[in-house]
Design a protein around this ligand. Structure first.
Ligand SMILES: Nc1ncnc2c1ncn2[C@@H]1O[C@H](COP(=O)(O)O)[C@@H](O)[C@H]1OP(=O)(O)O
Ligand SMILES: [Mg+2]
Ligand SMILES: [Mg+2]
Ligand SMILES: [Mg+2]
Length: 317
């Protein structure tokens, strides 16, 4: 199948990063370091980005990576002990790593959107990670604006008998979910709107306009309360048929917020390959060919496909 090597490396990189994130969460109370935009970053975010960038660059040296984090905050002398912590955790999966190498590995994620590139969110849902809730390691490869490979590691996600779920999609090859170690793979697809127990919607714990989400979901016929969940695990919930809709509409507090590509690329492919649909709130396709932020679209609507037009119609009213 196409993109076999990309798929194999992407899975290995996400598994390695997720192993380290889980170890950080088990062994320490990860401290949130505040970034210039006031959002949090932790030792695990830095470690996960270092690992994934190193593994992707070893396999595909010419592919740029557009990642969320950069190492500037780790390079100052005051941060030496923090850097040492990052290195120690990276060593769990890459035993030869040194303090000198780590910032360079992280900064390999400072690439540009290009004809072919990878995009990485080393921890999507850092707030969920800190709270002990959901987070995801999200990695995707994009060619000519089209997402070809998407891997979403959700170590804390429980669905049915599974605990810790890896979602993998290849364009044209369908979407799968499996245990974090790759065992027990299963093809997934979105569920129909007549599947009453799963006819429900997911939304962020923290972001988006939750009052508007409730009104729009109701207009689409959903009468139950939402499930609130951090990270792109929400895409996994819809792709595996555990919900029919994920709403992410700009809140009045941040009307000009522009979504970032690494917060969506892997999830979008998983949904599309599971038979679902993703657009912005006006029905426009998300554009992965231009910038790290979506400049021409606002909000994100993820559905089983069947109810998509109804949701867009409700939003247009
Ligand atoms: N005002 C906002 N609206 C939508 N998403 C946001 C907003 N502020 C931050 N984010 C992003 O939402 C993601 C988490 O989403 P969720 O709440 O669904 O888990 C994070 O990647 C975060 O980006 P950042 O990493 O820059 O903080
Ligand atoms: Mg994110
Ligand atoms: Mg992140
Ligand atoms: Mg962040």
């Amino acid at each position: 199948m196409a993109y076999e090597k990309e798929k194999e490396i992407a899975i290995a990189a996400v598994q390695a990063a997720a192993t380290v994130c889980e170890k950080v969460r088990a062994e320490m109370v990860p401290e949130a370091i505040e970034k210039s935009d006031k959002s949090p970053v932790t030792v695990a975010d830095f470690g996960a980005q270092a690992i994934v960038c190193k593994m992707i660059k070893d396999a595909f040296p010419n592919d740029p990576i557009v990642g969320e984090e950069d190492a500037d905050d780790l390079k100052t002398p005051e941060m030496a002990s923090r850097l040492a912590q990052v290195t120690n955790y990276v060593k769990v999966v890459l035993p030869d790593a040194t303090d000198e190498q780590i910032p360079g590995w992280i900064d390999q994620g400072n690439g540009d959107v290009s004809p072919r590139y990878w995009t990485l969110d080393p921890i999507d849902g850092t707030k969920g990670f800190l709270r002990g809730d959901q987070y995801a390691v999200a990695l995707a490869m994009v060619e000519d604006g089209d997402i070809k490979v998407g891997v979403l590691g959700c170590p804390a996600l429980k669905l049915g008998d599974r605990s810790g779920i890896l979602f993998v999609a290849i364009r044209g090859g369908g979407a799968m979910m499996m245990n974090m170690d790759g065992s027990n793979p299963e093809k997934i697809s979105v569920t129909s709107s007549s599947d009453i127990p799963n006819f429900r919607f997911v939304e962020s714990v923290a972001h988006g306009d939750q009052d508007l989400h409730a009104r729009i979901a109701q207009a689409a016929g959903i009468t139950t309360d939402s499930i609130r969940m951090d990270s792109q695990a929400k895409y996994g919930a819809v792709a595996s048929g555990n919900a029919v809709l994920y709403l992410r509409l700009p809140s009045a507090k941040y009307p000009n917020y522009r979504e970032k590509i690494w917060d969506h690329a892997a999830g979008v492919l998983v949904i599309e390959e599971a038979g679902g649909k993703v657009t912005d709130m006006h029905g426009k396709t998300l554009d992965f060919s231009k910038e790290p932020r979506f400049v021409d679209t606002q909000g994100v609507i993820v559905s089983n496909g069947e109810i998509h037009d109804k949701v867009l119609a409700a939003l247009a009213n």
